[in-house]
Design a binder for this molecule. Structure first.
Ligand SMILES: Nc1ncnc2c1ncn2[C@@H]1O[C@H](COP(=O)(O)OP(=O)(O)OP(=O)(O)O)[C@@H](O)[C@H]1O
Ligand SMILES: [Mg+2]
Length: 387
């Protein structure tokens, strides 16, 4: 009884904390938006940059909360594939160095030359871990400090990646609880930066799922070194095929389905009840070279499919929002399938929980994207849907 009470209290505290953490960047975005009309071109660019970083932090908070939820339910999965380690570390370093420069921290990345070119791991999860480690280092290191990301081979089949900082350090008693969810040491929450206190517990779990280990050495006021050790696959990753280029396509530059290849320009139907979303999706679809038409609700689409079968058949894909007032995305998709249309449906869901996905799956949708969706992901999904 007592335990249940404590667990509930912890959950309530966590939820209010997450709300707070999300409100901070939301507030920045809303202030930024209030300024956009009165700014000159340079100011507008700055505002957009602020908005982008704030959106990223909201996305991270939601991703972390979701990852933790999935871990608690035993549903968190990794997808190891071969990838170019040096390239991945450069991607992490590129964004982090820029942030360090802004904060006046010296950033360096050292990669030992005889490391294998390709390793097998879930590169997105590994990136999540490294970004958390470097962003922690940045939060807890003052201007004038140093951060070093280093990758070395320590045993024939083990690589070690470490993030060392010259920041505030962690006391021995605080080191003990460090990898527990929601643990923020000392004045944690109010100190150097915001965060949910989930990053390290999620990171450790991700590394363990790769059969690796993670740890830290730290001294108060001297700095910390967080490290992870990953076993390399017994197959020689160098011999493995090059990683697919599937996830390295850049927006509007390569890999776009050529409308000519299909004989005509593909036509996409966007169904979303939020007019800003519709407008943005429409702009993106046009930029990607496709035609499009919009609808504000599931019921509008169904009515239209009933009344004008010829036009309905001319759509090559539908982007379907989930929550809509009169008829939601699941019901509309079900109706479309019931009428015998097999057009690919890309479901856009605001919730990333399995139940929502199942509802869409059962309705007959083919692809699932959780909001917020990036242009890159939308583009890649459309390309798959149009194949
Ligand atoms: N490099 C570091 N130097 C000093 N303290 C650190 C460092 N890294 C982590 N910590 C301590 O460990 C706590 C937990 O880190 P963790 O990454 O789990 O959460 P967070 O950064 O606070 O939030 P989140 O990563 O979820 O946004 C931090 O709040 C901080 O107190
Ligand atoms: Mg963190």
């Amino acid at each position: 009884m007592k335990e249940a009470h404590a667990a509930n209290a912890a959950k309530r505290q966590f939820i209010s904390y997450i709300f707070h953490e999300i409100r901070v960047p939301l507030n920045a975005i809303s202030l930024a938006m209030g300024l956009i009309d009165v700014e000159d071109e340079h100011g507008k660019k700055e505002i957009l940059e602020i908005t982008r970083t704030q959106l990223e932090s909201i996305s991270t908070i939601l991703d972390d909360s979701l990852s933790l939820q999935k871990m608690e339910e035993g549903k968190f999965e990794i997808a190891p594939k071969p990838f170019d380690l040096e390239k991945e570390l450069s991607i992490v370093s590129w964004s982090q160095k820029k942030l360090c420069d802004q904060k006046g921290i010296q950033y360096s990345c050292v990669i030992e030359s005889d490391l294998p070119k390709y390793i097998v791991a879930d590169k997105y999860r590994l990136r999540q871990v490294l970004l958390n480690l470097v962003s922690n280092a940045m939060k807890f290191t003052d201007r004038g400090g140093r951060i070093e990301l280093r990758a070395v081979g320590i045993r024939p089949n083990v690589i070690r990646i470490s993030v060392r900082d010259s920041g505030i350090g962690i006391s021995p008693e605080n080191l003990r609880n460090l990898f527990q969810p929601y643990s923020q040491v000392g004045a944690g929450r109010n100190q150097k930066g915001h965060g949910t206190g989930l990053g390290l517990s999620i990171s450790k779990k991700i590394i363990q799922m790769h059969n690796g280990t993670m740890g830290v050495e730290s001294e108060l006021r001297k700095g910390s070194c967080f490290w992870l050790e990953l076993p390399l696959s017994s197959e020689n990753p160098v011999e493995l095929q090059s990683p697919s280029t599937e996830d390295s396509v850049s927006f509007l530059h390569t890999g776009m389905t050529s409308p000519e290849k299909r004989g005509r320009t593909p036509k996409i139907l966007i169904v979303d009840d939020s007019s800003p979303n519709r407008m943005l999706l429409e702009k993106i679809i046009h930029k990607l070279g496709y035609d499009c038409r919009t609808a504000c609700d599931g019921s509008e689409v169904v009515e239209f499919f009933v009344n004008d079968r010829a036009t309905a058949e001319s759509f090559d894909a539908i982007i379907m929002d989930e929550e809509m007032d009169e008829m939601n995305g699941h019901v509309a998709t079900k109706e479309i399938r019931r009428m015998g249309f097999d057009v690919p449906v890309i479901a856009l869901t605001g919730y990333a929980f399995a139940e929502q996905r199942t509802l869409f799956e059962e309705s007959g949708a083919n692809f699932f994207l959780s909001k917020p969706v990036t242009v890159k992901i939308l583009k890649e999904t459309l390309e798959k849907a149009l194949q």
